[in-house]
Design a protein around this ligand. Structure first.
Ligand code: SF4
Length: 289
């Protein structure tokens, strides 16, 4: 994404009354102008968040992110506190941890530190409580996500059962003892996992409250469902694409990603709510995949 086009896209987003921007990837810090993008988005008044693997963040970058007050809205991905596990899936644990610590240092307070995103898989799911405990010395916020079912690394059915019956209550205890927010473990305690969106006609607001713009400027309802809504090119496109998206969303009977189940794209239903214990997929096929 050339910087000039990103600026134009941000201006178009402002005109379309977008208020939150999430910068993600791939890895956003591979983009040579990422800090200029952050600066531009921040000065434009967007609520800004960043997802990163932390590998390319040094003290200077952390200082700059602190100036834009974006560290508390940054999420660093770790698959484990154990280098052997993290490196077997993501690699570069030492660099990622150094980047994370640079952000923690700049944040100055645990509740202002970046959150830790953990994608649960068959290698890390049995020790995720230890991972949360380990990182809780630095941060109070965690985001657990479920790996898509198509991956060979996806948890086994037995692991899911043990997670739901044993690990979830344990994580809940840890979150209470240590004052943590662990999405959506805390929500689960409130019973909110049944339907996050309450009144919505489908349990997914992608394409209605949010859009994803890929690096080639193709716009999707979310980063899982390969449903191209249009290609952003110039000012005014975002609103046009959004209006199309909104009308398609209103006519849908199920989330976008379900269109690709068993299709050639081989995309399974997404567990976008980040809840490993999320029940939607289990309700859909009755098999507790
Ligand atoms: S993965 Fe599916 S359910 Fe989740 S946001 Fe995307 S379309 Fe909606």
């Amino acid at each position: 994404m050339p910087f000039g086009k990103v600026v134009e896209l941000l201006e178009d987003a402002r005109s379309a009354q977008v208020f939150d921007i999430n910068i993600c990837g791939g890895e956003p810090f591979l983009h040579e102008d990422v800090m200029r993008v952050v600066a531009t988005a921040s000065r434009s008044g967007f609520g800004l968040s960043i997802n990163t693997n932390g590998v390319l963040i040094d003290r200077d970058a952390a200082r700059e992110l602190s100036e834009y007050d974006v560290i508390k809205n940054t999420q660093v991905s770790f698959d484990s506190h154990l280098a052997t596990i993290h490196n077997s899936t993501r690699g570069a644990f030492a660099s990622a941890y150094a980047g994370f610590l640079a952000l923690v240092e700049q944040a100055g307070r645990r509740d202002l530190a970046p959150s830790v995103g953990i994608v649960l898989n068959r290698l890390n799911v049995d020790s995720v409580d230890d991972t949360v405990m380990y990182f809780s010395q630095h941060t109070s916020r965690f985001h657990l996500m479920n790996l898509m079912n198509c991956s060979p690394l996806a948890c086994t059915r037995q692991q899911r059962r043990v997670f739901n019956e044993v690990m979830l209550p344990r994580l809940l205890d840890i979150s209470r003892d240590r004052g943590l927010q662990i999405s959506s473990v805390t929500k689960r305690d409130l019973g909110a996992h049944k339907s996050r969106f309450g009144e919505a006609h489908i349990d997914c607001l992608a394409g209605y409250t949010s859009l994803v713009v890929a690096s080639d400027f193709t716009v999707y309802p979310c980063d899982v469902a390969p449903f191209p809504l249009g290609v952003w090119s110039t000012r005014g496109d975002l609103m046009r694409i959004y209006e199309r998206s909104r009308s398609l969303w209103a006519a849908r009977q199920r989330p976008w990603c379900y269109d690709f189940v068993d299709g050639s794209a081989n995309v399974p239903p997404g567990d976008c709510r980040g809840s490993f214990g999320g029940s939607r997929c289990e309700q859909e096929d009755g098999q507790g995949r």
